[in-house]
Design a protein. Structure first.
Ligand code: SF4
Ligand code: SF4
Length: 380
């Protein structure tokens, strides 16, 4: 990893794009500052302490710096190592989050109890309202209503997809079936590992990746493994084997051979479209979302926010650093208000909830883009 940090030539071109540098004007809070810090920690020049932990944990992991770095520094890999080096300094809230969130069984149990740990994190109450603890797990295989499927794909729903975003999961399945694909949803898939990687628990992130590799390999030949949430997708994209076959749902559906098999009913409404930083900077699929939405006749869809910018919900920012998260959200909220849309669409659940929590109760409807597409899908 020292090799990776050495690729940074300290040009500083990434600084202007970094949200935490933008807020603080502090070199330490910039990509270059964080790379220098990880280098010093890795070489034993300094020991982890509260300051180094705060500098690294406050990174939103939006990867804007990585997307625009002319030296192609793999910032995410550097951060994985840095976060593991300061893991011992992690706060209690962060530890608790990382125990509960990737474990859907535990989360279901806590939510059913009605007195979960959520009051410790007031911002998670909106997440609790979203949960469908009675939603059935997806079936292992869905077959299209045609004699010969055009292909076979695996669907990654991860640890919380069927608990917190089951409508998006169902919508993705409907669209893929209508496009003629058989859809495998392996029951043995687990959390993508992003939460553990962000908490510096690399060992567990690696074990989760191995479990997912095995779960999807066991389903037999797949044309692609598709993710619905861009945050999970960014993690899957780095998997050793599965990463090569991984596609974001929008990127997969937007391929000409797929989209040409889908037809949509007109919708004379407006949508503000939030493209999550992970979708733009890591998966490069923001344009695919806009291309798909353009297939709904009469829908006026407008992207909001600066391209690749983080809305503040990156990592566990919205929960653990709400003040910073709110400041980063402001330009998005202003633009959404200007558009005054019927729908706000975002491919990442935590971004969607973060944007929604700025609302005043007279909100538009907040949806994953595939949910709106599936609603308008012509099926007969
Ligand atoms: S990360 Fe890339 S853009 Fe940023 S200072 Fe280093 S070399 Fe320059
Ligand atoms: S990932 Fe985002 S917040 Fe972190 S250093 Fe890079 S640009 Fe800044």
């Amino acid at each position: 990893m020292i090799v990776e940090t050495a690729r940074c030539v300290k040009c500083g071109l990434c600084l202007a794009e970094c949200p935490t540098y933008g807020l603080t004007a502090s070199e330490a809070m910039s990509p270059r500052g964080r790379i220098t810090l990880v280098q010093a920690l890795a070489q034993g020049q300094i020991l982890p302490d509260d300051h180094s932990a705060e500098v690294l944990n406050s990174c939103l992991l939006c990867r804007r710096c990585e997307a625009m770095c002319p030296s192609e520094v793999q910032f995410a890999k550097i951060m994985d190592q840095g976060l593991s080096l300061v893991r011992s300094q992690q706060g209690i809230k962060s530890r608790l989050l990382n125990v509960v969130l990737p474990r859907p069984g535990l989360m279901r149990w806590l939510l059913r109890l009605g007195r979960p740990v959520l009051p410790v994190f007031p911002r998670l109450s909106i997440l609790a309202r979203q949960a469908r603890t009675d939603a059935p797990r997806p079936a292992p295989v869905y077959r299209p209503d045609i004699s010969k499927p055009v292909g076979r794909v695996g669907l990654f729903v991860g640890c919380t997809g069927s608990l917190f975003d089951s409508v998006a999961v169902d919508s993705a399945i409907s669209l893929l079936l209508r496009a003629g694909y058989e859809v495998a949803v392996p029951a043995k898939q687990v959390c993508c590992g992003a939460l553990d990687a962000h908490a510096g628990n690399i060992g567990r992130a690696v074990r989760l990746a191995a479990a997912n590799e095995a779960a999807f390999a066991a389903t037999g030949g797949l044309d692609a493994v598709i993710s619905i949430a861009s945050g999970c997708g960014a993690q899957l994209d780095a998997y050793e084997v599965l990463g090569a076959r991984h596609r974001d749902i929008a990127a997969f559906l937007a391929q000409e051979k797929v989209i040409s098999r889908l037809e949509f009913r007109p919708l004379p409404k407006s949508a503000a479209v939030h493209i999550p930083c992970t979708l733009e900077n890591v998966l490069h699929s923001g344009d695919a979302v806009m291309k798909l939405l353009a297939c709904i006749p009469e829908l006026k869809a407008e992207a909001v926010g600066k391209k690749g910018a983080c809305c503040g919900a990156g990592g566990t920012g919205a929960v653990l650093r709400p003040g910073v998260a709110e400041r980063l959200r402001e330009p998005f909220v202003r633009q959404i208000a200007d558009v005054s849309p019927d729908f706000v669409l975002s491919s990442n659940l935590s971004c969607r909830l973060h944007l929604q929590s700025a609302g005043d109760g007279q909100d538009p409807e907040y949806l994953h883009p595939v949910t709106l597409l599936a609603r308008q899908l012509i099926t007969d």
